[in-house]
Design a protein around this ligand. Structure first.
Ligand SMILES: [Zn+2]
Length: 252
């Protein structure tokens, strides 16, 4: 019913262009959007509008959330879903944004269903059917250095895709068929083992060595590389690149 109401209230969602001020922000902070086809850009913009308007945004440690914050996060997060037909982030109701890397006050209630990046100084968090928590200074640094292997927005929202089939993130998001799932497990296991080996021998792989933490982190860093440095990934990790291309139903 709620979806039906939204469809009635916002008939302009799919067709009307985003305001000029929004487009200016996206041009700088979400640069991949500039090279999309008209059709894909319209699809992305509809997703960005939905994401910006329907999430609950909260600034922490004195930060006031602005259009730049909302659009940048929405623009990168929605990139993951460009190949999908439905809203894959409907379970993420809120985005909490800190000005800088933040210090955790408590570790209570942390168990399955929560992924925290970093130890006491945190870079980001993803909660099962809960918020995504980000630090704006890291996002800014990564945009300035792009393309690089790091994109904390893609990373945390990859965890949210992983959470779509249960609170224990294991690096296996929902996969359509048993054959596809078996191939996914094979490719990811081999990739994880290879990354552990490369990092142990300091071979400087295309993937961030943070991916050796566990299978969930491997999927998240592989997602970052797939979108941020796709040519490097395709050259050095062709099977992993092909698997992610099939899963995301797009080829960046
Ligand atoms: Zn992570």
């Amino acid at each position: 019913m709620w979806n039906l109401l939204r469809a009635i209230v916002r008939p302009e969602d799919k067709s009307s262009p985003l305001p000029d001020t929004w487009q200016q922000i996206l041009k700088v902070n979400v640069p991949y959007r500039n090279s999309l086809s008209v059709e894909m850009r319209e699809r992305l913009d509809a997703g960005i509008r939905r994401f910006v308007e329907h999430k609950y945004w909260e600034g922490c440690n004195g930060l006031s959330v602005t259009d730049e914050h909302r659009l940048t996060i929405a623009g990168h997060a929605m990139r993951l879903t460009l190949g999908f037909d439905d809203d894959h982030f409907d379970d993420v109701k809120s985005i909490l944004l800190y000005p800088t890397t933040y210090r955790a006050v408590t570790k209570d209630h942390i168990g399955s269903g929560v992924i925290i990046e970093g130890q006491s100084d945190r870079l980001g968090e993803a909660w099962y059917r809960g918020p995504v928590i980000l630090a704006w200074s890291d996002i800014q640094d990564e945009i300035a250095q792009s393309p690089s292997k790091r994109n904390v927005i893609l990373h945390e929202f990859a965890h949210q895709l992983d959470f779509r089939n249960g609170r224990d993130a294991d690096g296996v998001p929902p996969i359509e068929s048993e054959t596809d799932a078996e191939r996914w497990l094979d490719v990811m296991r081999q990739g994880f083992e290879r990354l552990c080996d490369d990092c142990r021998h300091r071979r400087r792989p295309v993937l961030d060595c943070y991916g050796t933490t566990n299978r969930a982190e491997f999927f998240a860093v592989a997602t970052e590389a797939f979108f941020e440095t796709p040519e490097d990934l395709k050259r050095d990790w062709p099977e992993l690149h092909a698997e992610l291309r099939r899963f995301f139903r797009q080829d960046p």
